[in-house]
Design a binder for this molecule. Structure first.
Ligand code: DP6
Length: 327
């Protein structure tokens, strides 16, 4: 067997969301985004080149993957092979330590881990920026799982270079992400297809035009550890993205009535002085971001909802990293 390489990456939760590409071929996002890596949750991926293979193979948590999921991964590996000298196809074994189908985006941690393990297995040495820029071709949000801690996805205005970089280390602010799992079903319309419709919403232009202001507010709130300011801009940004989704053609309703019940409860808890806020990705599960001081209360209150199936807990985490190099 050839040398194998293993990498680990965390998923991330965006405070300022990515929803829409202004250049689909080069995967340039319509607006910048800011996120936090979610520790405790991770994807571990091992890539093993094998000259006897005729195509890449993929197993996820020990189960062989075919169809669209495999095609997406093979296309990503083709891109890596174009960059590398080695042309070997590879075995890819990926494991998530969080439930698949729990509505926690595994594509971000999955493609971040694959970008790192895959480039390393093919002998490529990339900078963090190059690796982040590459990971976005697997999944946009994956570029934000390459650097550590609190991360911003930027596009340089002149060069057009697009990549994510850390704006604060994981230990800068000990927030916690409590993910209230409401559904374990896969979403009927994936992010890629959903965001292709974003431009059909008359609200998307207003959303992207205002993005710089929200990014500035969010970055500043993080740097100042100002929870109130972070909560205000995080909720606004999540609501704006869902407003775009709901007004696209055809409309997309990713949240459920139960998601809204939690969002309203969070607003009430804030009135009581609890430092909590909410944000939702393209799915019904609610990420309740809390300070360490508010975590215990928030967790026990979330568990009291009869429809909450589980609450996953994550703290800010470091960058994607190699855990087993080439042997
Ligand atoms: C709603 O990165 O999953 O989570 O590039 O098509 O894989 P693809 O999209 P993806 O979209 C993430 C959208 C989001 C918001 C965010 O994480 O910024």
């Amino acid at each position: 067997m050839e040398k194998s390489t293993t990498a680990l990456a965390h998923p991330n939760i965006a405070f300022i969301k990515f929803w829409g590409l202004k250049d689909e071929t080069n995967r340039i996002p319509s607006n910048g985004s800011i996120s936090m890596n979610i520790g405790c949750l991770s994807t571990k991926t091992t890539v093993t080149p094998d000259p006897n293979l005729e195509k890449d193979t993929l197993t996820l948590n020990g189960v062989s993957v075919r169809g669209a999921g495999l095609t997406r991964v093979r296309q990503f590996m083709d891109r890596l092979r174009q960059m590398a000298e080695g042309q070997s196809f590879v075995h890819i074994e990926s494991e998530n330590n969080f439930p698949i189908g729990a509505g926690v985006a595994s594509s971000a941690s999955g493609f971040a881990a694959l970008a790192l393990a895959g480039t390393s297995a093919l002998g490529l040495e990339l900078s963090e920026r190059e690796l982040s820029g590459l990971a976005r071709f697997g999944s946009g949000s994956a570029c934000r799982s390459i650097p550590g801690g609190f991360v911003e996805w930027v596009t340089e205005p002149h060069s057009g270079n697009t990549y994510a970089k850390s704006i604060a280390a994981a230990d800068h602010w000990n927030l916690v992400d409590l993910i209230a799992i409401l559904s374990e079903q896969h979403k009927p319309v994936g992010s890629e297809a959903g965001m292709r419709e974003a431009a059909s919403s008359p609200l998307q232009e207003a959303r992207t035009r205002d993005a710089k202001r929200r990014l500035d507010l969010c970055r500043q709130a993080i740097l100042n550890r100002d929870f109130e300011a972070l909560a205000a801009v995080t909720e606004l940004d999540s609501n704006m993205m869902h407003a775009v989704m709901m007004t696209s053609e055809p409309p997309l309703f990713y949240w459920h009535p139960h998601s809204l019940a939690i969002m309203k409860a969070v607003k009430e808890w804030q009135q009581e002085g609890l430092a909590v806020t909410y944000t939702l990705d393209a799915g019904p599960n609610v990420h309740v971001i809390a300070t360490q001081a508010a975590m215990g209360q928030a967790l026990s209150r979330l568990r009291q909802f009869p429809f909450v199936m589980d609450v996953l807990k994550g703290i800010p985490a470091g960058p994607a990293r190699l855990i087993k190099g080439q042997s």
